[in-house]
Write a protein that binds this ligand. Sequence first.
Ligand code: DGY
Length: 328
Amino acid sequence: MTRIFVSQEIVEEALAELDGSGIEVDVRRDHRPLPSEELRATAADYDGLVCLLTDRVDAGFLAACPRLKVVSNVAVGFDNIDVAAATRAGVVVTNTPRVLTEATADLAFALLLAAARRIPEGDAFLRAGRYTHWRVNQEQMGVDVFGATLGLFGLGQIGRAVARRARGFEMTVLYHDVVRLPPETEAALGVTYASFEELLARSDFVSVHAPLLDSTRHRFDAHAFARMRRSAMLINTARGPLVDEAALAAALRDGVIAGAGIDVYEGEPAVHPDLLTLQERVVLLPHLGSATRTTRLEMSRLALRCARDTLLGKRPEVVVNPEVFDRR
Ligand code: DGY
């Protein structure tokens, strides 16, 4: 019997994707990750693993689970999986792009607005009973988003969706990516290419939309913050380790940059203690990027379909390492 193990709770309705497939599924209905040794020992009895970004799948894991044919991550990011090792082992890796693009772009923009307009501070002020009268020099004076310059670090699907939202705010949108787009695509998206240094120097808001790779780890460090405007704000809904969190906290504390909206952390779920002490113009969320009911359902469905199709001998609709199929 072909078997799939779902390592942590997913959206339950999504399991219908396996109906009639003849595949047996075991779901661990717990929202905490299994310790890696336990995950390994359990997954060894299965042909497919549906896992989350908090599950680490490395070469040792794959060696301990020789029966596995597919690892299906319920996330677009797959830095928790050693893809090269999976490819060597002939294991298909899949992820969940597209279905979470709009929800994540919405959240990036929400963070940008919340930091710029100091929304959590205003909310806390009012709830504390401190709103006694309207005044011109209001306590939570913010900065304009309309007409400002937005710098996108990474212009994949989510970066582009943020650029579309920025158009409604008549923002100037710069982008930096390893690949520069053809001029007609840039024109259609309303974006202008900038070097990394230029992006930092010119943007009022810098929003991070790149994957976590060796080349992007700590790309936002003390050196980068020193090149940003003192009035600038950093938004990160991608992956925590793209930002040196200690350097970010120091830059915010010392006024090197003005604010931040952060959804992902270097040592998630831990947050650098210095960052937690900063409240003015600093908004911190618990990795909510894709957290809408519809999106999490679609992510769960897509991950299950990819695992199912791979195990039924079909090419799944999304595949991170197509070389595995090319080799077959
Ligand atoms: C992802 O999918 O990579 C997000 O970080 C979680 O939605």
